[in-house]
Write a protein that binds this ligand. Sequence first.
Ligand code: ADP
Ligand code: NI
Length: 212
Amino acid sequence: MTDKSAQILSTEEFVREKIKGYDSGHDWWHIDRVRKLALYINETELLEDPFKVEITSLLHDIADSKFAGDNIENGYSMISDFMDKVGMSEIKDHVINVIKNISFSNKKKSVNQDDPLLQVVQDADRLDAIGAIGIARAFNYCGFRNNPIYLPGYESGNTGKSAIGHFYDKLLKLKEMINTATGRKIAEERHVVLERFLEQFYSEWYFVKDKR
Ligand code: ADP
Ligand code: NI
């Protein structure tokens, strides 16, 4: 086994352990899909060292407040210690910086937005939030939080906390936020799935017109 494949295996093990017990929208399979999609986008566009892409994808959600508790810095130092331990000190700063930027994508921009490593992993993460899987994850999240599937009257603009509201708050906007050409193509297909779903959802919800 090469050093790199052993490091990938150790990272998988570390991640599986850390995410145990969280909502299934954040289970191992989300991480695995992001890893595969990021590698695919990277390969198509030949942007970065695939090893770095794979490690960053595997670690991208670990320092998230959902997993690391309130103290997100603990999450980063946990990653840092792990990377030192398995001989990845050399790429550590770059990987952690990119992960920070993915979690704070809408807030603090702390690294170069043109960094290919950031662009590829961020695209993969965003693509997993749209399309059929994105829809499943949104409803799963609402189940986990005990939020309603839909609040009538909140279909646009100020959307409240329902799963359908989340489409307007976030999911329908993601297509425009994709960094790479390969990612954009995939996003366009998945965006149509969101639109079709909404159309069908409303046609069922309002199937019988309310006469009261
Ligand atoms: P990630 O960290 O993987 O980018 P998030 O932690 O933001 O994603 O969310 C995990 C999943 O739950 C995503 O698919 C996202 O769309 C969904 N989600 C997040 N917040 C909400 C919400 N308020 N209502 C419904 N779904 C949500
Ligand atoms: Ni993620």
